[in-house]
Design a protein around this ligand. Structure first.
Ligand SMILES: Nc1ncnc2c1ncn2[C@@H]1O[C@H](COP(=O)(O)OP(=O)(O)OP(=O)(O)O)[C@@H](O)[C@H]1O
Ligand code: SF4
Ligand SMILES: [Mg+2]
Length: 381
């Protein structure tokens, strides 16, 4: 069971990741991409957290930062209380526990695994499935006999429906379907006995009919292997499917920020953030058809560029509820009703000055957009 009061397995503390991007057309200088800005998030043992948001909002960057693949430009990532980057060393070189008290980076690396969207990129085409699955066992359980190793691999292949196991074990990745490749990738990462698996769009490439099956499998194997998932998806319906059964949480990201996080019931049935409502509207499986609203609940379809995020609340250029104060002040991600859900919107606070603030001056907003050259891109670009 998830214990939100225990020590977090992973703790992201005020994490920001900025990239410098060269300007187009040979213009001098560079622009700063605000891929992730000031995100704090705790992940516990046996936890499931799904991150959802539009393309380019920073999900992958945040996921990679959580497992120590991407270095934050600001803030800290703690694994069981130890700063990942102190363990890794300032140049990404391994340091050892004992020298400066930091945990061995190799231990952290093994504990934080990733399965990719395209399993083909993570399975070595030159290795048979048996060799691929033997490698982590040989490394982490060297005392295991060859016969026991084979029995464990065959047992798992059968468990995930790849029967007869002997036949599948002898195949190479190109001799498997995408769904079968993804199952092998999942088994392989679990055989490392990780504490957490980052599953970045890991089911998106599969047929719709296979997605639910793969999620069920992930949850079944979670019980056996005692692992947590950080699951990244464009699709709120998939995020709900996975987190609902696991007692997990859904985090909504917008332009590099975490804007709402809570249980699937809170996010799907009682969303507080206007952007969460937009995502719900955009998810056909979850849209409330009785509302009769046929246009997206936004003022503008244009997504601002992450090199030039709007002032105040980043969603104010698109938010139907925005008022003047939203253009100046940035709402903090806060648990407003003491029920564990956190929302970054002034409307969630009944005492905020937002309620006395003037509605947005649309004319001024238009001028500002014109002055900035309307540099954003439209949804679906
Ligand atoms: N290495 C990099 N260098 C420069 N910019 C980057 C780099 N990696 C990501 N970005 C930019 O950071 C922003 C966030 O990218 P990220 O891949 O995290 O988004 P995402 O939410 O995972 O999107 P998608 O759903 O399309 O996978 C984007 O504007 C992207 O172009
Ligand atoms: S703070 Fe203002 S602009 Fe931001 S989501 Fe809430 S109402 Fe909309
Ligand atoms: Mg991504």
């Amino acid at each position: 069971m998830i214990n939100p009061h225990g020590e977090p397995l992973l703790s992201l503390q005020n994490v920001s990741v900025h990239f410098e991007k060269e300007r187009l057309f040979g213009l001098a200088g560079s622009d700063t991409v605000h891929a992730v800005d000031d995100v704090s998030l705790d992940i516990y043992e046996n936890d499931v957290v799904a991150l959802v948001g539009e393309s380019g909002c920073g999900k992958t960057t945040l996921g990679k930062t959580a497992i120590g693949v991407q270095r934050p430009t600001d803030g800290r990532v703690l694994y069981r209380g130890d700063d990942i980057w102190e363990s890794k060393g300032s140049n990404g070189l391994f340091s050892r526990r004992g020298a400066d008290g930091a945990r061995d980076w190799k231990e952290i690396r093994r504990s934080l695994q990733m399965i990719h969207q395209d399993p083909g990129s993570s399975l070595n085409p030159n290795y048979s499935i048996e060799s691929t699955l033997s490698a982590p066992l040989e490394k982490w359980q060297p005392e295991m006999s060859e016969a026991d190793r084979r029995a464990r691999i065959y047992g798992l292949l059968e468990y995930v429906g790849m029967k007869p196991a002997q036949d599948y074990a002898g195949r190479y990745p190109h001799q498997l379907s995408g769904g079968e490749q993804q199952r092998v990738a999942l088994i392989r990462s679990l055989l490392m006995n990780p504490d957490l698996i980052l599953a970045d769009e890991a089911i998106s490439a599969l047929d719709v009919s296979l997605r639910a099956e793969m999620m069920e499998l992930m949850l079944e194997l979670q019980q056996q292997f005692d692992t947590s998932y950080l699951f990244i998806s464009h699709d709120l319906a998939n995020a709900r499917h996975l987190t609902q059964q696991a007692g997990g949480r859904i985090g909504i990201m917008y332009l590099g920020e975490l804007v709402e996080i809570g249980t699937p019931e809170q996010i799907i049935h009682n969303p507080q953030h206007p952007y969460t409502k937009v995502l719900l509207w955009a998810t056909s499986d979850l849209r409330d058809r009785s509302s009769g609203v046929s246009t997206p609940p936004v003022r503008s379809l244009t997504i601002p560029e992450p090199t030039d995020p709007p002032s105040g609340c980043r969603f104010h250029t698109r938010c139907l509820e925005a008022r003047e104060v939203c253009t100046q002040e940035c709402p903090a991600l806060t648990d407003h009703d003491g029920k564990g859900r956190r929302t970054a919107c002034f409307r969630a606070d009944p005492n905020h000055e937002y309620w006395n603030s003037d509605p947005l001056d649309e004319g001024r907003m238009m001028n500002e957009r014109d002055a900035s050259g309307e540099s954003g891109h439209a949804e679906g670009d």
